[in-house]
Design a protein around this ligand. Structure first.
Ligand code: PBE
Length: 292
């Protein structure tokens, strides 16, 4: 019995070693793309990219924070990594990164981020509605808030700092004569993507400074979209259009009020550190062993 047991454990150790060797050293397995939360538009686009470019890669589900941590780890070790990335994002200020070219246009062209209100908000809360309608800023604004959060501020602290430094811009969003003394509650649905944490908290703090009580509700992408369609939230400032959230938007577009872009010049795609020597998604297969 003892002998049999010993034999089995040796077998197990050999099997484990073999798995470790083949798992790490490649051995012909698929390359890896580090993704974010399932439900993000960029995840769907990446599945399509894998198909359209015939990539021998698998897309790893993760979270926005874990994706950034993997990126940091790889860059510290100067290893190759490819992630699902987007602009605006603080990672471009922190590290030297580049988008891989996408000659098939799977990731679409230039995106904007739109504000969407529930039907009826205009009548129920015209002042908050007008502020939301006027909310418009630039990628550099959003990046400044994101970077402060990344460097340790809470989203509310970073938002208040940005508001203080950009009061002229903020004043243009606030309906004249309605700067203070408002009351009532506003709920904002959002997903905890770094870009949307920043925008949602800036809007939250502007509305709070005006006197409203604001509840930001963090959900996943599917719930954010069905929720705004059903009127569970008063508004979202996180609609990536025309491409990234096209499927979600098409399902609810007749039930919501699209207030138009709050930011222009957004983009999604596959992102690598600049020391990665390939430039296009089409070259990924040739170097897939470097992305394990
Ligand atoms: N993102 C950030 C989201 C939209 C905002 C690019 C990760 C997405 O892919 O759905």
């Amino acid at each position: 019995m003892k002998k049999l047991f010993k034999g089995l454990s040796i077998l197990a150790v050999v099997a484990l070693l073999a798995a470790a060797v083949f798992g790490c050293a490649g051995g012909g397995g698929k390359g890896k793309i580090v993704g974010i939360e399932p439900g993000a538009g960029i995840m769907k686009a990446t599945e399509k990219a894998i198909e359209d470019y015939n990539l021998d890669f698998e897309l790893q589900e993760s979270s926005s924070a874990a994706m950034a941590a993997s990126l940091k780890k790889a860059i510290d070790a100067k290893e190759w990594i490819v992630v699902t990335g987007w602009t605006p994002h603080w990672k471009f200020a922190k590290w030297d990164l580049k988008y891989l070219e996408d000659p098939k246009g799977v990731y679409g062209g230039e995106e904007h981020i739109a504000t969407i209100a529930r039907k009826g908000l205009k009548e129920d809360n015209p002042v908050a509605y007008e502020m939301l309608d006027n909310f418009y800023w630039a990628p550099a604004d959003m990046e400044a808030v994101m970077l402060d959060i990344q460097n340790g501020m809470t989203p509310d602290e970073a938002a208040q700092k940005w508001i203080k430094e950009n009061q002229d811009k903020v004043n243009e969003w606030i309906p004249k004569g309605k700067e203070t003394g408002n009351s009532g509650k506003v709920t904002l649905g959002y997903v905890e993507w770094d870009s949307e944490i920043a925008s949602t908290h800036v809007v939250k703090n502007v509305l709070e400074n005006m006197g409203f009580e604001v509840e930001p509700v963090a959900v996943d992408a599917g719930v954010m979209w069905t929720g705004i369609g059903k009127g569970d939230f008063d508004a979202i400032v996180s609609a990536w259009l025309p491409g990234t959230h096209a499927d979600y938007y098409d399902k609810v577009k007749d039930q919501v009020d699209n207030l138009g872009p709050n930011l222009e010049g957004a983009k999604i795609g596959l992102v690598v550190p600049t020391y990665v020597t390939i430039n296009s998604i089409e070259e990924l297969n040739e170097v897939k062993d470097k992305f394990k």
